[in-house]
Write a protein that binds this ligand. Sequence first.
Ligand code: 5GP
Ligand code: ZN
Length: 115
Amino acid sequence: MTHDPNCIFCKIIEGKIPSRKVYEDDEILAFHDIHPWAPVHVLIVPKLHIPSMVELNDEHAPLMGRMTVLATKLMRELGVSNGFRTIVNTGADGGQEVYHLHLHAIGGPRPWAKG
Ligand code: 5GP
Ligand code: ZN
């Protein structure tokens, strides 16, 4: 499935719901989390509707690699200079709330709201 009409991140990718974008290319969109846990909190999402890490296979390895490297680049560009966290929540026990795969990149001076 390339996109899911009921998925909030697919709607953001399609521009049907506004977001504060920080990066976009053919495969990936990154935008600020609406409820940030820290001074900088961006979500890096594939444009392809992949519900979670459970659905990943070998074909997705380059995409996940690009998303990871992008996290480092965006943290640098957004002024994060003292370390950051990258998190992917997967499934119910993983605390996933939005079932469109996303990488949280979280940084900035502590204290943070969570973590
Ligand atoms: P999860 O728990 O699935 O890993 O995280 C989902 C994240 O998406 C949460 O941090 C939440 O604040 C964020 N989020 C949910 N809905 C929206 C939205 O409409 N816009 C933006 N920018 N972030 C959202
Ligand atoms: Zn989606």
